[in-house]
Design a binder for this molecule. Structure first.
Ligand code: F6P
Length: 418
């Protein structure tokens, strides 16, 4: 019987809770024992301290068929190191998850998680997991709990971490055996870690998938904000420079521009010439103003830059609009309002379908199959080798760093950006 743990890692995104819910419920329905790891990879490294094994939280022993009994935490919420009671629990007060990062969960524990923003099991950008010692401890903690399958939901960095962990796994097991931390039998039983990745990121910056979990919600949020900005911009006939997230990827900025009819957009993948972008932008905006537009919206991706790789900042754009066109200009940095909040419908449906596929991929995994990343391409849920998706994503960043923008675009999303 597969023991399956799910974790969320890196920057949170709307839809991560739907992933956890889908993986837990699909896992139970397919006969797995289901666990969550709190606080991302950091939780894997910390494991279950205070000598308390997570099973102590569990109520009855597993009942294979009756999913109604599959609740261990009684609908409690995961809080900051504590379980927060939601009023329905009959667990004795004071029961806490402090010191327990790898926790068995059941059917009812993830009820209602669909529509909640962020990630209820917590996430972190773990420094410890980036070290070989950290990953060795993480491997030990998993083996200690008897977990043989891991589902990671996170962005590019988190899936890179998953890929490294999987590649190192045999050597980690060997080291643990040599150090006498695990037995020969455990080394044999846990010789292979089954691992699967789901892409949770608002940036939509992962190659080999059309969409990442949380990107549609973030885009929706940006559009709402720009709608709000537009009315005040029009009232005062002002210009607004709106900075959006996306790290090194321009998808959010580009799509927000298309959805809101922005006047000008700056994205990292299509950098303008250092000495001409200001004039080009002004010419375009003047044209729009001449046509009677009372408002000007310029969207700048946080990773925007010119062809010489010099960052183009919102304040640089504001100065140009004020100085060259005499426009009364304001800058709005949307920041984390883009990342938080309730997931839109698509960020509930897609993670659910992908979560089910992730469980299937783990159940079907053999030592010879690659670890998969679950994606979506042309509206079909897909499995692609994790190692390939990670490598291709890194080659986009590399091409941008080498100023080979055509190559970067062709690797990222040739059809759309062209
Ligand atoms: O990767 C998601 C993201 O929101 C990026 O768009 C942004 O650059 C970054 O994370 C912000 O990170 P933090 O929340 O750590 O400030």
């Amino acid at each position: 019987r597969m023991k399956l743990a799910v974790l969320t890692s890196g920057g949170d995104s709307a839809g991560m809770n739907a992933v956890v819910r889908a993986v837990v419920k699909a896992g139970i329905l397919k006969g797995c024992e289901t666990w969550v790891v709190r606080e991302g990879y950091e939780g894997l490294v910390r494991g279950n301290i205070e000598g308390g094994r997570a099973e102590k939280v569990s109520l009855p022993p597993h009942q294979p068929v009756n999913i109604k009994d599959e609740s261990f935490l009684h609908n409690l919420r995961f809080g900051d190191g504590e379980l927060l009671r939601d009023g329905t629990s009959d667990l004795p007060s004071g029961r806490s998850l402090k010191g327990r990062y790898i926790v068995r969960v059941g059917w009812d524990d993830v009820r209602g998680w669909f529509g909640v923003g962020g990630t209820l099991i917590g996430t972190a950008r773990s420094v410890a997991f980036r070290t070989p010692e950290g990953r060795l401890t993480a491997a030990f903690n998993l083996i200690k709990e008897g977990i043989d399958a891991l589902c990671v939901c996170g962005g590019d960095g988190s899936l890179t971490g998953a890929d490294v962990f999987r590649a190192e796994w045999p050597s980690l097991v060997k080291q643990l055996l040599q150090q006498g931390k695990i037995t020969e039998e455990q080394a044999k039983t846990y010789a292979h870690l089954k691992i699967v990745g789901l892409v949770g990121s608002i940036d939509n910056d992962m190659s080999m998938t059309d969409m990442t979990i949380g990107a549609p919600t973030a885009l929706h949020r940006i559009c709402e904000s720009i709608d709000n900005i537009e009315s005040t911009a029009a009232s005062h006939s002002r210009a607004f420079v709106v900075e959006v997230m996306g790290r090194h990827c321009g998808w959010l900025a580009l799509m927000a521009g298309v959805s809101s009819g922005a006047d000008f957009i700056f994205i990292p993948e299509r950098p303008p010439k250092a000495d001409s972008w200001a004039d080009e932008m002004c010419e375009m905006i003047q044209k729009h103003r001449a046509m009677g537009k009372r408002k000007t919206i310029v969207i700048v991706a946080e990773g925007a830059q010119d062809k010489d790789l010099k960052p183009i900042r919102a304040d640089d754009i504001k100065d140009v609009l004020s100085d060259k066109l005499g426009l009364d200009t304001r800058v709005t940095t949307l920041g984390h309002t883009q990342r938080g909040g309730r997931p839109c419908a698509y960020d509930r449906i897609m993670p659910t379908l992908q979560g089910v596929e992730a469980v299937d991929a783990l159940l079907e995994a053999t030592p010879d199959t690659p670890s998969y990343m679950i994606g979506i391409q042309e509206n079909k849920i897909t499995r692609v080798p994790l190692v390939d998706a990670v490598a291709m994503t890194h080659s986009v960043a590399k091409a941008i760093g080498e100023k080979d923008f055509e190559k970067a675009m062709s690797l990222r999303d040739p059809e759309f950006i062209e």
